[in-house]
Design a protein around this ligand. Sequence first.
Ligand code: SAH
Length: 192
Amino acid sequence: MGFLFVLSQAQRWIIERIKPGDIVVDATAGNGADTLFLAQLAGAEGKVYAFDIQSSAIENTRQRLNSVSETEGLAPVDLLHTSHENMASGIPVEHHGQISVIMFNLGYLPGASHDIITKSSTTLSALKTAVLLLRSGGLLTIVVYPGHEGGDQEANAVYAWASDISPSLAQTIVYRFPQKPTAPYLIALIKS
Ligand code: SAH
C-alpha cells in the first residue's frame, strides 16, 4: 500500500491523540465529514465546535449529523455560522486552552461556488487563535490546496507561518508528495 492521502493521514494522527470526552473543533465544516468524524471520536461526553461561513455548509453538516443514529454516542456539536477568525468568541472561555484537536480543510466547498474559498489573511488569523485555544499536547491539522488560484498563495502563507513558530510554542510538520507539487498537502502542529 502507498502512503495515505492527506485527509486520511490527518485522521490517522487525530485518532492517535483524541480521547472520548475531548473538546474538539472543525474550523471548516464544509459537508460535515470531518465534523462527524470528530463527533464520533469525542463521544457523548465530548464536545465539537464546527465553523463555516456558508449556510449551505452548516445545513449539510447538520443533515449529516442527524442522519446518524442517536444511539451511536456522538458528541454534541455546536454549529457556528461564522468565520473561523471568530473562534475565540464562538467557544466558551472555560474551553479555551482545553481543546485537543482542531482541523482545517481549506479551499472551496466541493459542489458549491468556487468563489467562496478560504483566504490567507483570515486563515492565518484563525490559525493563530487556534494555537492559543489548544491544550498542551493538542493537535492542529491543516490541509492546503496549492492546485487552485489563491490556494497556492494561501498554502505558502500557512507553510511560512508553520516554519516560523517558535519550537517552545509548538512542533510543526509537513506531509507532502513532492512528485505532485499541485496536490493538496498537510501541515500539522502539536502544541508544547
Ligand atoms: N477543499 C476541500 C473542502 C474544503 S471545504 C475539499 O475539496 O474536500 C472549506 C469550507 O471552508 C467551505 O465550506 C467554506 O465555506 C469554508 N470557509 C471558507 N472561509 C471560511 C472562514 N473564514 N471561516 C469558516 N469557514 C470558511
